[in-house]
Each structure stands twice: as structure tokens, then as C-alpha cells.
Design a protein. Structure first.
Length: 135
């Protein structure tokens, strides 16, 4: 599926996947859990669903609970109430792969120049209207 990574505005990276609005919460939540399970089964060296930090050292936490009732998430381009006013910002996968992403890169002061130079990286994904594939 087409997706775009984004900073959380803090230390995390989230993945945005635009889907057609025909699914209810349970369908989407179940699908996200299935994706997490497939990834952790196929790449246990890279991914984990374990919230205990000591058991997932140097692994990416796949947190399906971010898609949950009562959960809040930083919307794209929202300013976080943290020092320096970091902004939740869409990224390219190449930026993520570089390993050089830090929360202070994208702030209320730096984001206008970024948008002017590369545009809205999330626009196409949000409007994509993808259907959830069977796993």
C-alpha cells in the first residue's frame, strides 16, 4: 500500500496510509494488528510488538494500539507542546532510512521553508482512497 512516514513531533515515526472511508473501526484495527503480526513474524530481527524496551533493543516497535478508541495522535502539521515547538511532519522514506531525523529538524519556524521547497508529502496518500488488502 502507498504510505508516507511522519514524525510524531516527538521521538516517534508514524506511518500514514490513506484508505477509502468504507471500513469501521474494528476492520481497520484488526487489519493493523495483522500487518504488525506479519511484519514481526517475517522480520523478528527488525520489528517487535513487545512494549518492554529491554526485550526489543534496536527493534522498531509496531504499535497497533495507536489505532484505538480514545487514542490521540499528532495530526500532520500539528505543533507539539514541547520546547522548540516541533511539528509533526510528513517525510520521505529516504529521510527515514538516513537515520538523521530528529524532532528539532521540523519546527514551527522551519516548516514553512520545507513546505515551500518540497510541498505536502502527505497529500497524495491521504487522498488515495486505497482499499485494505487481504492479508
Amino acid at each position: 500500500m502507498t504510505s508516507v512516514p511522519k514524525t510524531s513531533g516527538d521521538n516517534g515515526i508514524h506511518t500514514l496510509v490513506g484508505i477509502t472511508p468504507e471500513y469501521d473501526f474494528e476492520e481497520v484495527h484488526t487489519w493493523v494488528i495483522a500487518v504488525d503480526r506479519v511484519l514481526t513474524e517475517r522480520r523478528p530481527d527488525l520489528f517487535s510488538m513487545d512494549y518492554t524496551r529491554s526485550r526489543r533493543t534496536e527493534k522498531v516497535l509496531l504499535d497497533h494500539n495507536q489505532v484505538g478508541y480514545g487514542r490521540t495522535t499528532a495530526s500532520i502539521y500539528s505543533v507539539r507542546p514541547l520546547p522548540g515547538a516541533p511539528v509533526s511532519t510528513p517525510l520521505t522514506w529516504e529521510e527515514v532510512e538516513s537515520g538523521e531525523i530528529t524532532p528539532d529538524l521540523f519546527t514551527i519556524n522551519t516548516l514553512p521553508d520545507r513546505l515551500a521547497s518540497i510541498g505536502d508529502l502527505a497529500a497524495d496518500v491521504i487522498d488515495s482512497g486505497q482499499r485494505l488488502p487481504h492479508l
